[in-house]
Write a protein that binds this ligand. Structure first.
Ligand code: PLP
Length: 349
C-alpha cells in the first residue's frame, strides 16, 4: 500500500493525498489500510463509525468524511473527533447552522459538475459557500468535485474537460484549495496538468493495486495489495460428455482433468464468473470451468499434469491481476476487493 501511495504522490507531486479507505479499506481491513497509508496526508472514508475507530486507533492526521453528515447527530461526532466533512446539500448546511460547534472544523464543499449524484450545481455553489463562510467555527473550505469519466477524458457524453469547465465556473472567485482527482484523475494528472489543478487528490483503488480504466496496474507501476489464494482439494478425470458442477453448465468435449478449488462465492469470488475466467494454478494460467458454487470452484487441469491436491491456486492478486479477473467476470476490481468475505483468513505479507 505504501508503494502504491508513493506512486500516487509521484503522479501528483504538487498535491496532498487523502488515502481513501471507505468500505473497510476496499475489503483490506480498516486498520491494515490505516497502517499502509501512514504516509498519507489524511484518510478519507464514508462511514462515521469507522472514522471514530481511526481516531481510537491513534490516527491523528486529518480524516475526511466524503459524504459528510447523514443526520444532525453526526455533526456532534464531527466536532468531537475533529473530522473534515464534505457538504453536498442544503439539508446538511441546515444541520451545520443549527449546531453549536466549539472548535474549528474544515469543510469540503462539493459541486455537481455532471456526475449528478452529490453536490451543488455550479450556479448554486457560491451561495452555499457564503452560508458556510458565515459560520464562525468553519475553518478552511475546500472546493471539491468528483469526475464521472477521468479514465476516459474524451467520453462522448461528458468529457473531463467539460466537468473541469463547470467546476471553474462555479468556483470562480472563491478562495480555498481544490480537491478534484480520484485514482483515475491522479493517474492521468500528468497529461491533464494544464487543465486539472488539484491541491488534494483522493486516490482509492490505485492504492490497492487496481486501476479504474482499461489500462493495467502494472503499466502504472502499481502492485497488488490483496491476493486471494487457495488450494486444489480434489481432482476428477472426466470423459467427453461429462458435465461439471451445478446445472451441468460445462460439458467436456474431450477427456479432461478437473481440479476442485476451495473457494466459492461465500468467499467473495463472483458467482457470475464465466467459463474461461483466468485462474493461476502452481503459477500457471488455466481457466475456470463450470459454475462457481458456494465453497468451491472448478478449473481445467488438463495441461497441468503435475498439479493435484495441495497445489497452490491464486484467484487474483500476485501473478493474476484483479482487473483481468474482474473484466472476465463482467465487473470491476473494486467490487471484487470490497466483496471479500469475512470468512477468508487473512495472512499479512
Ligand atoms: C471512493 C471515492 C474516491 C476514490 O475513488 P477511486 O476511484 O477508488 O480512486 C474519491 N473521491 C470520492 C468522493 C469517493 O467517494
Amino acid at each position: 500500500m505504501n508503494h502504491n501511495l508513493a506512486r500516487a504522490k509521484a503522479c501528483a507531486p504538487q498535491a496532498k493525498a487523502w488515502g481513501v479507505l471507505k468500505a473497510n479499506g476496499y475489503g483490506h481491513g480498516l486498520e491494515r489500510a490505516m497502517r499502509g497509508f501512514a504516509a498519507a496526508d489524511g484518510l478519507a472514508l464514508i462511514e462515521f463509525d469507522n472514522a471514530v475507530r481511526l481516531r481510537e486507533l491513534g490516527w491523528s492526521k486529518p480524516i475526511l468524511l466524503l459524504e459528510g453528515c447523514f443526520d444532525a447527530d453526526d455533526v456532534r461526532a464531527m466536532a468531537q473527533y475533529d473530522f473534515n466533512c464534505a457538504v453536498h446539500c442544503d439539508e446538511q448546511i441546515a444541520w451545520l447552522e443549527a449546531a453549536e460547534v466549539k472548535r474549528t472544523i474544515h469543510l469540503h464543499l462539493k459541486m455537481n459538475t455532471g456526475m449528478n449524484r452529490l453536490g451543488f450545481k455550479p450556479e448554486a455553489f457560491a451561495a452555499a459557500h457564503a452560508r458556510l463562510r458565515a459560520l464562525p467555527w468553519v475553518g478552511e473550505i475546500t472546493l471539491m468535485t468528483h469526475f464521472a469519466n477521468a479514465d476516459e477524458a474524451g467520453h462522448p457524453v461528458l468529457t473531463l474537460h467539460e466537468q473541469i469547465r463547470r467546476f471553474n465556473l462555479g468556483a470562480a472567485g472563491l478562495p480555498g484549495p481544490y480537491s478534484l482527482a480520484n485514482s483515475a484523475g491522479t493517474l492521468h494528472q500528468v497529461e491533464l496538468s494544464d487543465v486539472l489543478v488539484s491541491d488534494w487528490v483522493r486516490p482509492g483503488v490505485m492504492l490497492y493495486g487496481g486501476t479504474p480504466g482499461g489500462r493495467s496496474a502494472a503499466e502504472f507501476g502499481l502492485r497488488p495489495t490483496m491476493t486471494l489464494s487457495s488450494e486444489i482439494i480434489g481432482t476428477q478425470n472426466i470423459v467427453a460428455g461429462d458435465a461439471v458442477g451445478y446445472g451441468s453448465r460445462f460439458q467436456a468435449e474431450r477427456p479432461m482433468r478437473i481440479g476442485v478449488v476451495a473457494c466459492g462465492y461465500a468467499d467473495g469470488y463472483p458467482r457470475h464468473a464465466p467459463l474461461g475466467t483466468p485462474v493461476l494454478v502452481d503459477g500457471v494460467r488455466t481457466r475456470l470451468v463450470g459454475r462457481v458454487s458456494m465453497d468451491m470452484l472448478t478449473v481445467d487441469l488438463s495441461d497441468l499434469p503435475n498439479a493435484g491436491v495441495g497445489s497452490k491456486v491464486v484467484l487474483w492478486g500476485e501473478g493474476m491481476p484483479i482487473d483481468e479477473v474482474a473484466e472476465a467476470a463482467g465487473t470491476i476490481g473494486y467490487e471484487l476487493m470490497c466483496a471479500l468475505a469475512p470468512r477468508v483468513r487473512v495472512v499479512e505479507g
